[in-house]
Ligand binder design. Structure first.
Ligand code: SPV
Ligand code: MG
Length: 302
Protein backbone atom coordinates (compact mmCIF):
# COMPACT_ATOMS: atom_id res chain seq x y z
CA UNK A 1 0.00 0.00 0.00
CA UNK A 2 1.35 3.36 -1.04
CA UNK A 3 1.47 6.04 1.62
CA UNK A 4 -0.07 8.97 -0.20
CA UNK A 5 0.46 12.36 1.43
CA UNK A 6 -2.57 14.61 1.59
CA UNK A 7 -2.08 17.95 -0.10
CA UNK A 8 -2.21 19.76 3.23
CA UNK A 9 0.75 17.60 4.34
CA UNK A 10 2.56 18.50 1.12
CA UNK A 11 1.94 22.18 1.82
CA UNK A 12 3.21 21.88 5.40
CA UNK A 13 6.32 19.95 4.31
CA UNK A 14 7.09 22.52 1.61
CA UNK A 15 6.73 25.36 4.12
CA UNK A 16 9.33 23.65 6.28
CA UNK A 17 11.79 22.68 3.59
CA UNK A 18 11.69 25.49 1.01
CA UNK A 19 12.94 29.03 1.57
CA UNK A 20 9.74 30.47 0.08
CA UNK A 21 6.64 29.09 -1.61
CA UNK A 22 5.41 30.63 -4.84
CA UNK A 23 1.64 30.47 -5.10
CA UNK A 24 -0.06 31.29 -8.40
CA UNK A 25 -3.51 32.83 -8.51
CA UNK A 26 -6.17 31.06 -10.55
CA UNK A 27 -9.88 31.49 -11.21
CA UNK A 28 -10.93 28.18 -12.77
CA UNK A 29 -9.60 24.70 -13.44
CA UNK A 30 -7.72 25.69 -16.61
CA UNK A 31 -5.88 28.62 -15.04
CA UNK A 32 -5.15 26.44 -11.99
CA UNK A 33 -3.69 23.74 -14.19
CA UNK A 34 -1.51 26.29 -15.96
CA UNK A 35 -0.23 27.43 -12.56
CA UNK A 36 0.66 23.81 -11.81
CA UNK A 37 2.26 23.13 -15.21
CA UNK A 38 4.46 26.19 -14.75
CA UNK A 39 5.99 24.84 -11.58
CA UNK A 40 4.32 26.76 -8.75
CA UNK A 41 4.06 25.26 -5.28
CA UNK A 42 0.36 25.85 -4.82
CA UNK A 43 -2.71 27.54 -6.28
CA UNK A 44 -4.53 30.54 -4.82
CA UNK A 45 -8.28 30.38 -5.44
CA UNK A 46 -8.76 34.09 -4.86
CA UNK A 47 -12.06 35.83 -4.20
CA UNK A 48 -11.17 38.81 -6.41
CA UNK A 49 -10.38 36.71 -9.49
CA UNK A 50 -13.25 34.26 -9.03
CA UNK A 51 -15.72 37.11 -8.49
CA UNK A 52 -14.36 38.82 -11.60
CA UNK A 53 -14.92 35.72 -13.74
CA UNK A 54 -18.57 35.92 -12.67
CA UNK A 55 -18.48 39.64 -13.61
CA UNK A 56 -19.34 40.43 -9.98
CA UNK A 57 -17.64 42.60 -7.35
CA UNK A 58 -15.32 41.03 -4.77
CA UNK A 59 -17.72 42.05 -2.02
CA UNK A 60 -19.11 38.88 -0.43
CA UNK A 61 -21.59 38.54 -3.30
CA UNK A 62 -20.89 34.97 -4.41
CA UNK A 63 -21.92 32.32 -1.88
CA UNK A 64 -19.66 29.81 -0.15
CA UNK A 65 -21.04 27.06 -2.41
CA UNK A 66 -20.12 29.00 -5.53
CA UNK A 67 -16.55 29.66 -4.33
CA UNK A 68 -16.24 26.04 -3.23
CA UNK A 69 -17.38 24.77 -6.63
CA UNK A 70 -14.59 26.69 -8.33
CA UNK A 71 -11.98 25.53 -5.80
CA UNK A 72 -13.21 21.92 -6.16
CA UNK A 73 -12.88 22.09 -9.94
CA UNK A 74 -9.28 23.20 -9.45
CA UNK A 75 -8.63 20.49 -6.88
CA UNK A 76 -9.99 17.76 -9.14
CA UNK A 77 -7.79 18.73 -12.06
CA UNK A 78 -4.56 19.58 -10.23
CA UNK A 79 -1.95 17.71 -8.22
CA UNK A 80 -0.57 20.63 -6.22
CA UNK A 81 -2.27 22.05 -3.10
CA UNK A 82 -5.15 24.52 -3.41
CA UNK A 83 -5.28 27.46 -1.00
CA UNK A 84 -8.81 28.82 -0.92
CA UNK A 85 -9.50 32.46 -0.15
CA UNK A 86 -12.58 32.27 2.08
CA UNK A 87 -12.97 36.00 2.76
CA UNK A 88 -14.53 36.51 6.20
CA UNK A 89 -15.55 32.85 6.49
CA UNK A 90 -18.95 33.59 4.91
CA UNK A 91 -20.60 34.80 8.11
CA UNK A 92 -20.33 33.94 11.79
CA UNK A 93 -18.84 31.07 13.77
CA UNK A 94 -21.16 28.37 12.47
CA UNK A 95 -20.54 29.50 8.90
CA UNK A 96 -16.78 29.20 9.49
CA UNK A 97 -17.24 25.76 11.00
CA UNK A 98 -19.40 24.59 8.07
CA UNK A 99 -16.96 26.10 5.56
CA UNK A 100 -13.98 24.24 7.05
CA UNK A 101 -15.82 20.91 6.94
CA UNK A 102 -16.88 21.38 3.32
CA UNK A 103 -13.48 22.61 2.07
CA UNK A 104 -11.58 19.89 3.89
CA UNK A 105 -13.88 17.20 2.46
CA UNK A 106 -13.32 18.67 -1.01
CA UNK A 107 -9.57 18.09 -0.66
CA UNK A 108 -8.59 21.75 -0.36
CA UNK A 109 -5.23 22.00 1.44
CA UNK A 110 -5.72 25.33 3.17
CA UNK A 111 -8.29 28.04 3.70
CA UNK A 112 -7.58 31.69 4.39
CA UNK A 113 -9.94 33.90 6.38
CA UNK A 114 -9.57 37.63 7.06
CA UNK A 115 -10.50 39.75 10.06
CA UNK A 116 -12.93 42.10 8.32
CA UNK A 117 -16.65 42.48 8.87
CA UNK A 118 -19.15 40.79 6.54
CA UNK A 119 -19.82 41.85 3.81
CA UNK A 120 -16.21 42.66 2.93
CA UNK A 121 -14.83 44.89 0.21
CA UNK A 122 -11.72 44.11 -1.82
CA UNK A 123 -8.67 45.26 0.13
CA UNK A 124 -7.24 47.26 -2.77
CA UNK A 125 -10.44 49.10 -3.72
CA UNK A 126 -9.91 52.87 -3.63
CA UNK A 127 -11.88 54.87 -1.03
CA UNK A 128 -13.34 51.71 0.45
CA UNK A 129 -14.37 51.35 4.06
CA UNK A 130 -12.31 48.52 5.54
CA UNK A 131 -13.89 47.66 8.85
CA UNK A 132 -12.29 45.09 11.12
CA UNK A 133 -14.00 42.66 13.44
CA UNK A 134 -13.02 43.06 17.10
CA UNK A 135 -9.95 40.89 17.74
CA UNK A 136 -11.91 38.63 20.10
CA UNK A 137 -14.50 37.83 17.44
CA UNK A 138 -11.89 36.85 14.89
CA UNK A 139 -10.05 34.76 17.47
CA UNK A 140 -13.38 32.96 18.00
CA UNK A 141 -13.51 32.26 14.23
CA UNK A 142 -10.02 30.75 14.33
CA UNK A 143 -11.03 28.51 17.22
CA UNK A 144 -14.22 27.51 15.39
CA UNK A 145 -12.19 26.66 12.28
CA UNK A 146 -9.65 24.57 14.16
CA UNK A 147 -12.38 22.69 16.02
CA UNK A 148 -14.22 21.90 12.80
CA UNK A 149 -11.34 20.24 10.98
CA UNK A 150 -10.79 16.48 11.01
CA UNK A 151 -7.44 16.25 9.24
CA UNK A 152 -4.93 17.85 11.64
CA UNK A 153 -2.80 18.90 8.65
CA UNK A 154 -5.57 20.95 7.04
CA UNK A 155 -4.28 24.51 7.23
CA UNK A 156 -5.91 27.71 8.38
CA UNK A 157 -4.28 30.93 7.24
CA UNK A 158 -5.36 33.89 9.38
CA UNK A 159 -5.19 37.16 7.50
CA UNK A 160 -5.06 40.48 9.23
CA UNK A 161 -6.26 43.58 7.48
CA UNK A 162 -5.04 45.90 10.24
CA UNK A 163 -2.65 47.69 7.86
CA UNK A 164 -5.28 47.81 5.09
CA UNK A 165 -7.82 49.38 7.47
CA UNK A 166 -5.35 52.01 8.69
CA UNK A 167 -5.27 50.71 12.26
CA UNK A 168 -1.49 50.62 12.16
CA UNK A 169 1.50 48.41 12.84
CA UNK A 170 0.90 47.96 16.56
CA UNK A 171 -2.59 46.65 15.95
CA UNK A 172 -1.34 44.34 13.17
CA UNK A 173 1.26 42.83 15.47
CA UNK A 174 -1.17 42.52 18.36
CA UNK A 175 -3.63 40.70 16.12
CA UNK A 176 -1.02 38.41 14.59
CA UNK A 177 0.01 37.38 18.11
CA UNK A 178 -3.61 36.77 19.09
CA UNK A 179 -4.24 34.72 15.96
CA UNK A 180 -1.14 32.60 16.55
CA UNK A 181 -2.26 31.98 20.14
CA UNK A 182 -5.74 31.01 18.87
CA UNK A 183 -4.22 28.24 16.73
CA UNK A 184 -3.82 29.67 13.23
CA UNK A 185 -1.30 27.80 11.03
CA UNK A 186 0.03 30.83 9.15
CA UNK A 187 -0.42 34.61 9.12
CA UNK A 188 -1.19 36.58 5.99
CA UNK A 189 -0.15 40.19 6.46
CA UNK A 190 -1.80 42.33 3.81
CA UNK A 191 -0.69 45.80 2.71
CA UNK A 192 -1.83 48.27 0.06
CA UNK A 193 1.28 50.45 0.15
CA UNK A 194 3.29 50.84 -3.02
CA UNK A 195 6.47 49.83 -1.20
CA UNK A 196 7.25 46.64 0.73
CA UNK A 197 8.57 48.59 3.75
CA UNK A 198 5.41 48.13 5.76
CA UNK A 199 5.42 44.35 5.49
CA UNK A 200 9.20 44.25 6.08
CA UNK A 201 8.69 46.24 9.27
CA UNK A 202 5.93 43.87 10.30
CA UNK A 203 8.05 40.79 9.57
CA UNK A 204 11.06 42.19 11.45
CA UNK A 205 9.08 43.36 14.49
CA UNK A 206 6.63 40.50 14.92
CA UNK A 207 8.12 37.88 17.18
CA UNK A 208 5.82 35.03 16.20
CA UNK A 209 6.77 31.61 14.90
CA UNK A 210 4.11 31.01 12.23
CA UNK A 211 4.94 31.21 8.52
CA UNK A 212 4.23 34.65 7.05
CA UNK A 213 2.33 35.06 3.80
CA UNK A 214 2.25 38.16 1.58
CA UNK A 215 0.32 39.34 -1.49
CA UNK A 216 2.52 41.96 -3.19
CA UNK A 217 -0.05 43.21 -5.72
CA UNK A 218 0.48 46.84 -4.69
CA UNK A 219 4.27 46.57 -4.30
CA UNK A 220 5.23 44.52 -7.38
CA UNK A 221 8.80 45.81 -7.25
CA UNK A 222 9.59 43.55 -4.30
CA UNK A 223 12.10 40.78 -5.04
CA UNK A 224 11.74 37.19 -3.88
CA UNK A 225 15.17 37.36 -2.23
CA UNK A 226 14.14 40.39 -0.19
CA UNK A 227 11.05 38.54 1.03
CA UNK A 228 13.19 35.56 1.99
CA UNK A 229 15.63 37.78 3.87
CA UNK A 230 12.70 39.12 5.91
CA UNK A 231 11.64 35.54 6.72
CA UNK A 232 8.50 35.61 4.60
CA UNK A 233 7.55 32.05 3.66
CA UNK A 234 4.91 32.45 0.99
CA UNK A 235 4.26 34.83 -1.87
CA UNK A 236 0.84 34.84 -3.49
CA UNK A 237 0.58 36.16 -7.06
CA UNK A 238 -3.11 36.71 -6.48
CA UNK A 239 -4.52 38.28 -9.61
CA UNK A 240 -1.96 38.57 -12.41
CA UNK A 241 -3.43 35.61 -14.35
CA UNK A 242 -6.88 37.18 -14.18
CA UNK A 243 -5.65 40.61 -15.25
CA UNK A 244 -3.61 39.29 -18.16
CA UNK A 245 -6.57 37.19 -19.26
CA UNK A 246 -8.79 40.29 -19.19
CA UNK A 247 -6.23 42.29 -21.12
CA UNK A 248 -5.55 39.71 -23.81
CA UNK A 249 -9.21 38.83 -24.44
CA UNK A 250 -10.00 42.54 -24.74
CA UNK A 251 -7.13 43.04 -27.17
CA UNK A 252 -8.13 40.02 -29.25
CA UNK A 253 -11.79 41.02 -29.46
CA UNK A 254 -10.89 44.55 -30.52
CA UNK A 255 -8.75 43.18 -33.36
CA UNK A 256 -11.29 40.54 -34.32
CA UNK A 257 -14.14 43.04 -34.51
CA UNK A 258 -12.12 45.23 -36.88
CA UNK A 259 -10.68 42.42 -39.00
CA UNK A 260 -11.85 40.83 -42.20
CA UNK A 261 -10.40 37.43 -41.35
CA UNK A 262 -9.07 35.59 -38.30
CA UNK A 263 -5.67 35.65 -39.99
CA UNK A 264 -5.43 39.41 -39.35
CA UNK A 265 -5.00 38.76 -35.62
CA UNK A 266 -1.52 39.64 -34.39
CA UNK A 267 -1.90 37.96 -30.99
CA UNK A 268 -0.35 34.60 -30.19
CA UNK A 269 -3.03 31.97 -29.85
CA UNK A 270 -2.50 28.57 -28.33
CA UNK A 271 -2.98 25.83 -30.89
CA UNK A 272 -5.89 23.41 -30.71
CA UNK A 273 -3.32 20.73 -29.91
CA UNK A 274 -2.08 22.65 -26.87
CA UNK A 275 -5.61 22.89 -25.56
CA UNK A 276 -6.26 19.19 -26.35
CA UNK A 277 -3.16 18.47 -24.28
CA UNK A 278 -4.39 20.54 -21.34
CA UNK A 279 -7.75 18.78 -21.50
CA UNK A 280 -5.94 15.42 -21.57
CA UNK A 281 -7.92 14.64 -24.67
CA UNK A 282 -5.19 12.33 -25.94
CA UNK A 283 -5.66 10.09 -22.90
CA UNK A 284 -9.06 9.01 -24.22
CA UNK A 285 -7.40 7.21 -27.15
CA UNK A 286 -4.85 5.52 -24.86
CA UNK A 287 -7.64 4.42 -22.55
CA UNK A 288 -9.62 2.97 -25.43
CA UNK A 289 -6.59 1.04 -26.66
CA UNK A 290 -6.00 -0.34 -23.17
CA UNK A 291 -9.60 -1.51 -22.85
CA UNK A 292 -9.45 -3.02 -26.35
CA UNK A 293 -6.39 -5.02 -25.29
CA UNK A 294 -8.07 -6.16 -22.05
CA UNK A 295 -11.14 -7.30 -23.99
CA UNK A 296 -8.96 -9.28 -26.42
CA UNK A 297 -7.22 -10.99 -23.50
CA UNK A 298 -10.62 -11.90 -22.12
CA UNK A 299 -11.35 -13.69 -25.38
CA UNK A 300 -13.59 -11.16 -27.06
CA UNK A 301 -12.92 -10.81 -30.75
CA UNK A 302 -13.85 -7.85 -32.85
C1 SPV B 1 -7.72 38.02 -3.53
O1 SPV B 1 -6.95 37.75 -4.45
O2 SPV B 1 -8.94 37.79 -3.59
C2 SPV B 1 -7.23 38.61 -2.29
C3 SPV B 1 -6.07 39.53 -2.33
O3 SPV B 1 -7.83 38.40 -1.27
S1 SPV B 1 -6.71 41.15 -2.52
O4 SPV B 1 -7.37 41.23 -3.81
O5 SPV B 1 -5.58 42.07 -2.45
O6 SPV B 1 -7.66 41.42 -1.43
MG1 MG C 1 -9.83 37.88 -1.61
Amino acid sequence: LKNIMTKSEVLRKDLESKPILKVGGAFDAMSAKLVEINGFDAIWAGSFAISATHALPDASILTMTEFLNVASNMEESCNIPIIADCDTGFGGLSNVSHMVKKYEKAGIAAVCIEDKTFPKQNSLLENSKQELLPEKEFVAKIIAAQEAKENPNFMLIARTEALISGMGMKEAIKRANAYERAGADAILIHSKQDSPNEIFEFADTWGGTLPLVVVPTSFPIVKTDELISHKIKMIIYANQTLRVTHAIISKLLKQLKNSTSINDISIDMSSMQEIFQLQETYNIKKQEEKIEKDLKEMGYVN
